[in-house]
Design a protein around this ligand. Structure first.
Ligand SMILES: Cc1cc2nc3c(=O)[nH]c(=O)nc-3n(C[C@H](O)[C@H](O)[C@H](O)COP(=O)(O)O)c2cc1C
Length: 226
């Protein structure tokens, strides 16, 4: 598989087969992903990988939080999304569009908000994946280092692709940042940025048949001096 093929075929996988991923293979993937670049080679990332009972414990934590308020706010000062009222509406349009694509594909209409919320809750079971990754960052890091964390995550996703695995990055876990922080025993300076489900994609689930479109190149690239 070429890099271009991996980039083009990666999608967010939201249904996984009940098949384990050997620890040695995951460790190998993560070791390769550490080759990701970061300013000053800080490597401002830490990963906690959960499987088996450790993953079940996380699911149980999530269920407890969600039972109190399924759609409650993300705690702290690092929201998942910007305030869409303040920025170019194109961003909110893109976000809504991919949401509609997904719910169309799985056949849940807009009016059925309860069913949409119910479906969204699959996030908090890692969509059935055998492994969940949590990305931890030192809160004293600046915006640059957060970007470098993103490079690390994308590298993991592409390496997973090469192995025939699928991934879904999951910032939805921000909802449980406080509980996860305590559960993982992180110190006061570290926080969970995002999760990621990783495993073998279910080829028969229609949700894995969504190829989210992208903005036309003119919207995002300016060529000068060519
Ligand atoms: C940092 C990050 C966090 C994300 N969090 C979630 C999430 O919590 N749940 C989810 O279903 N998708 C999540 N996504 C997936 C995006 O919705 C998806 O990448 C985007 O719609 C483009 O689709 P594609 O990944 O299939 O190309 C996340 C993506 C990124 C990069």
């Amino acid at each position: 598989m070429t890099v271009s093929e991996a980039v083009r075929q990666r999608i967010s996988t939201r249904a996984f087969l009940d098949e384990a991923i050997p620890k040695s293979e995951l460790a190998d993937l993560l070791a390769t992903a550490q080759r990701s670049p970061s300013g000053g080679n800080l490597q401002p990332w830490k990963v906690i990988a959960v499987s088996g009972e450790a993953k079940d414990e996380i699911i149980a934590i999530a269920q407890r939080v969600l039972a109190e308020d399924p759609m409650g706010p993300v705690p702290g000062d690092r929201p998942v999304y910007p305030d869409f009222k303040l920025i170019d509406p194109v961003y909110d349009t893109r976000r809504k569009r991919v949401g509609e694509m997904m719910y169309d594909k799985i056949g849940i209409p807009k009016e059925d908000r309860a069913a949409r919320i119910q479906w969204f809750m699959h996030n908090y079971r890692f969509f059935g994946a055998p492994v969940g990754l949590f990305f931890i960052i030192d809160t004293r890091m600046g915006h640059g280092q957060w970007a470098h964390m993103g490079m690390f995550m994308q590298t993991i996703a592409l390496l997973a692709e090469e192995r025939g695995w699928g991934t879904c990055m999951q910032e939805c876990w921000a909802r449980m940042r406080v509980q996860l922080h305590d559960h993982f025993g992180l110190d006061e300076h570290h926080m969970v940025y995002s999760g990621m489900s990783i495993g073998i994609p279910d080829p028969n689930d229609p949700v894995n048949d969504i190829y989210a479109d992208r903005a036309p190149q003119e919207e995002v690239v300016e060529f000068r001096g060519f």
